[in-house]
Design a protein around this ligand. Structure first.
Ligand code: PLP
Length: 383
């Protein structure tokens, strides 16, 4: 099959949902308990076990999870939180929700993750936390950044939205490398619950606080009240939120968790197939995987060099004209209206270059090798 014979567009991503998921969600619908309940508790237990964390707390999204994580780390008004500009805008929005100010830091041009030297240079007396992002699934330099953070007495939180199943120094992301890690189950990520997120931590007090904050800070959960033989009167000692996951979502997540290793293995196989084929083109840079890290390839992103035959946007359009859907690479938050302040001008050369020159290629569990060959052929034709 050549690109010319494509009858339908190859999407850039597609969630992998099977009959088992349908059955599991249907069971919840028939059980009469659809909001946060026993399935959420079970999903939390199995998720904690999968990543190797003491506690996992399910929330409505990674964005709301990041908000709660920052609140639980006592981040608030007057504080600065360091984070990459090269990230999805939710990273910075969560910092603003907490009342703090995001301070953007440039990235390492090889890994697209925070550059530790730039992190240290950005620390001020107002810095309260560093929000590191494992961009598109590749773990950031956790050890280097944690070492800097501990010298300045600053907390580290992980935006692990894309990093489920990724490994850092042989350990899964979500283990106690930092204070907390937040995952996303949006359909654009590997494991999906429609919408949803999970916070992992080894700190029992923090886990307990987050459990309460996600539920209006209520002193007892619905499940605990429901299971009690005594009447229970709850209290609300602080202003909390409704950031709960539903049991329908958790049922979906439990099945997806069973598929996760297989889904990651498939992505890694397809990613290595891309990298092998694309190594022949001197005008693009395939992704790297530093030793000691396991990439889950939530996305497969290439970077165009100066000698590329087309501009990034021309290439994306030509591919779309041939039935192949791509996405621009990771956005730069400092260019968006709520964050485009004068003071950022020209301070993120690597971020600017990456965001202007990268493309995310199609990669999904059910992608066939024939479909992948179409993508590779198309790039060859356009070279
Ligand atoms: C997807 C994503 C988020 C947001 O996740 P939601 O679950 O959709 O809220 C946050 N940060 C990064 C880096 C992401 O890729």
């Amino acid at each position: 099959m050549s690109a010319a014979t494509l009858t339908k567009t190859i999407p850039v991503a597609r969630p992998f949902i099977g009959r088992e998921e349908e059955t599991a969600v249907l069971e919840v619908l028939r059980s009469g308990w659809v909001s946060q309940g026993p399935r959420v508790a079970e999903f939390e237990r199995q998720f904690a076990q999968y990543v190797g964390a003491a506690h996992a707390v399910a929330v409505s999204s990674c964005t709301t999870g990041l908000h709660l994580a920052l609140v639980a780390a006592d981040v608030g008004a007057g504080n600065e939180v360091l984070c990459p500009s090269l990230s999805f805008i939710a990273t910075a929005n969560a910092i603003r929700y907490a009342g703090a100010t995001p301070v953007f830091v440039d990235v390492d041009p090889a890994t697209y993750n925070l550059d530790p030297a730039c992190v240290e240079a950005a620390i001020t007396p107002r810095t309260k936390a560093i929000l590191i992002v494992h961009q598109i699934g590749l773990p950031a330099a956790i050890a280097e950044i944690s070492e800097i953070a501990s010298r300045y007495g600053v907390a580290v939180i992980e935006d692990a939205a894309c990093a489920i199943g990724s490994e850092y120094q042989g350990q899964r992301i979500g283990q106690p490398h930092t204070l907390m890690a937040c995952f996303s189950f949006h359909p654009r990520k590997i494991l999906t619950t429609g919408e949803g997120g999970m916070i992992t931590t080894s700190d029992e007090k923090i886990a307990d606080r987050i459990r309460k904050l996600r539920q209006h800070a209520m002193s007892v959960s619905d499940l605990a009240r429901h299971s009690s033989s005594q009447i229970v009167t709850e209290s609300y000692p602080e202003v909390g939120y409704n950031y709960r996951m539903t049991d329908m979502q958790a049922a979906l997540g439990l099945v997806q968790l069973q598929r996760l290793e297989e889904m990651i293995a498939r992505r890694r196989y397809l990613a290595s197939r891309y990298s092998e084929a694309l190594a022949h083109f001197d005008w693009l840079v395939p992704p790297v995987e530093p030793s000691g890290s396991r990439h889950n390839f939530q996305s497969y992103m290439i970077r165009l060099k100066d000698n590329a035959p087309l501009t990034r946007d021309q290439l994306m359009q030509e591919m779309l004209d041939r039935g192949i859907s791509t996405r621009r690479g990771i956005m730069a938050i400092h260019r968006e209206m709520p964050y485009s302040e004068e003071r950022w001008t020209n301070r993120f050369p690597e971020t600017d270059s990456v965001t202007d020159n990268c493309i995310i290629l199609p990669l999904f569990h059910t992608m066939t090798e024939e479909e992948q060959d179409c993508v590779i052929d198309c790039i060859r034709q356009l070279s």
